[in-house]
Write a protein that binds this ligand. Structure first.
Ligand code: ATP
Ligand code: MG
Length: 555
């Protein structure tokens, strides 16, 4: 066999191997699905939330709602509008913005190929001509992405398919052995070629569940030409993010962030200070305990500024290389700034002696940093300078900040933020200034719960204890009136003895029981029992409403 033939034979063998493995996997999958469907009820699998995800239940959700309402209110007072971006984005967006070399993109993202639902069945691959025919059909119907690569594949298929059809007409009867052998060989080669060409199809775009929202907000800013609006554009968002991390307290695979971004306009230090003031105001409103705001400036990506410092840092780190752990040793070459992030006890004394970036900023960045600090002072925002607070990505610049809170153990960062003037441009938009932050809502809630700042009452205002048909009609009417007045009312669906009803009223932590029997109804009176002290009084409906919504008894 020629070298080319050998290569083709090897490819064919490889292709057959892959198909066998796929068929096996399909069979296994099918068996499992069939098994699950026929499993008797009693041994049915107990479904549980996926690892690293959680259900949020009442009464906790009322705390979540309070936090989110406070964010809407506070951010609104600073002139921010809410943006809602999709949970799914093109993988490329995150690869480009967060960077392929980061843990978030390289290990933590949930990514999949977005295949159309009616592709030709995989088994058809064992018959390359039919498979290719179907693929071509799908493409022509617009079911496959019209990428450059797919265009080339289809062009080749259009040429190969007729050739293949012609080559399949082998005359075993009248041709001599040699001619037949050659015809078979040619046909086989065309089959391998077809299989190879169809294997290059991309079925769909790669999508990822968002691991953060800054990139999406920047994409939306570009996509909707928000640069045409008065600048800067001030946006905030809240919602779930997804990262495949090791779950632990304060670290989940589905977690929630509340964040804000200021895009466009200039990079006045007052903007940085106001953004920080806004987060601190939000935390203060929630009475978040033990807050610590750290700030730093990491300069910008021009030769006379950060890169110069990074080189100096690298030189200094090389001198103490032997005393560092393997992670930091690696980072000396890849990203020396990240060494400053190290939490390793044995490295702390060494890191403490390294040069500080603040002493090596260019003039413009130094002035900007000084102005941010005086702007914070003007706003009464208390901060600590932390020269080790860095961000490893090139487009982050100047102001960076982090806020930690109490009661969270080692996952105590509740907010991270910074300036990212290069990001919109990196994503294909015009040069645009940008600064923002993201708050970890799960950690914020944990810290509030740890400090006992949970909403007080979860019970009902009024439990209607009714007995009798007439009483029921009156109870339904009264429930409507009381609910319209904003009271939380429990109207039991079935008749209960009064004793039982009162028991339930107490269990549901109700403040009052409204007793309605047929007697009360014929008198047109309501008996209101205060469950805390057992006292009770009779009222007409207007009196009752007044009693519950005004004056001392107001709920
Ligand atoms: P960490 O160092 O704690 O992993 P990070 O630098 O990855 O945080 P950012 O990407 O800056 O975090 O996100 C901002 C905030 O989002 C964090 O300060 C934190 O409160 C929260 N956060 C990040 N990842 C998670 C997670 N897996 N579970 C819960 N909250 C998270
Ligand atoms: Mg992280």
């Amino acid at each position: 066999m020629s070298e080319q033939d050998q290569e083709k034979a090897a490819k064919r063998a490889q292709w057959e191997e892959i198909n066998r493995a796929k068929a096996l996997a399909r069979q296994k999958h099918g068996e499992e699905a069939a098994l699950a469907a026929t499993r008797p009820v009693e041994v049915k699998k107990q479904f549980q939330a996926v690892k690293g995800t959680r259900d949020l239940l009442p009464p906790d959700t009322s705390l979540w709602n309070r936090v989110e309402r406070t964010a809407h209110d506070v951010f609104g007072t600073f002139g921010f509008g809410e943006i809602r971006v999709p949970a799914l984005e093109s993988t490329e967006l995150f690869a480009r913005s967060i960077g392929v070399e980061t843990d978030v993109v390289s290990k933590e993202m949930y990514t999949f190929e977005d295949r159309p639902s009616d592709l030709p069945h995989d088994e058809l691959k064992e018959h390359p001509p039919e498979y290719a025919e179907k693929i071509l059909g799908s493409y022509e119907q617009g079911d496959l992405p019209k990428t450059l690569g797919n265009g080339q594949v289809m062009q080749e298929l259009r040429k190969l398919l007729p050739e293949c059809k012609a080559a399949s007409q082998i005359n075993f009867v009248s041709d001599d052995e040699q001619t037949t052998r050659e015809a078979v060989k040619k046909y086989n080669e065309l089959l391998v070629r077809l299989a190879y060409v169809t294997s290059r199809i991309s079925f769909g775009e790669f999508l990822s569940l968002r691991p953060e929202a800054t990139a999406s907000v920047c994409r939306a800013y570009i996509e909707h030409n928000l640069n045409q609006l008065p600048q800067p554009v001030k946006l905030y968002y809240m919602g779930p993010m997804f990262r495949r991390e090791r779950p632990q307290k304060g670290r989940y695979r589905q977690f929630y962030q509340i964040g804000a971004e200021v895009l466009g306009g200039n990079d006045a230090p007052a903007i940085d200070a106001e953004v920080i003031e806004m987060v601190m105001t939000f935390f203060d409103k929630l009475e978040l305990p033990g807050l610590q705001l750290d700030i730093n400036s990491i300069g910008h990506n021009a030769p006379e500024c950060r890169p110069k410092y990074v080189e100096l840092l690298r030189t200094e780190l090389r001198k103490v290389q032997d005393q560092l752990g393997p992670d930091s040793q690696r980072r000396i070459e890849t990203n020396p700034l990240r060494v400053l992030d190290s939490k390793l006890e044995s490295e702390q004394a060494i890191i403490a002696k390294l040069p500080h970036i603040a002493d090596h900023l260019c003039d413009a960045c130094r002035t900007h940093y000084a102005d941010v600090k005086s702007q914070l002072q003007l706003r009464g925002v208390i901060y600590r300078e932390n020269w080790r607070l860095v961000r490893g990505l090139d487009y982050y610049m100047r102001t960076t900040f982090e806020i930690t809170a109490k009661g969270l153990g080692s996952q105590n960062a509740v907010c991270g933020g910074g300036r990212y003037d290069g990001l919109v441009e990196l994503l294909g938009g015009p040069p645009t200034k940008g600064i923002g932050f993201a708050i970890g809502e799960d950690r914020l809630i944990l810290s509030l719960q740890d400090a006992g700042k949970v909403p007080a009452r979860q019970g009902r205002d009024v439990y209607i204890a009714w007995m009798g048909e007439h009483a029921y009609a009156a109870a339904v009417r009264t429930a409507k009136v009381l609910r319209e007045a904003g009271l939380s009312v429990e109207l039991p669906p079935a008749e209960q003895k009064f004793g039982k009803a009162l028991e339930r009223a107490v269990k549901l932590d109700s403040r009052y029981a409204l007793i309605l029997g047929d007697n009360e109804v014929s008198e047109g009176m309501f008996t209101l029992k205060t469950l805390a002290d057992g006292t009770q009084e009779k009222y007409t409906e207007p009196q009752l409403l007044e009693r519950l919504t005004q004056g001392d008894g107001k709920l």
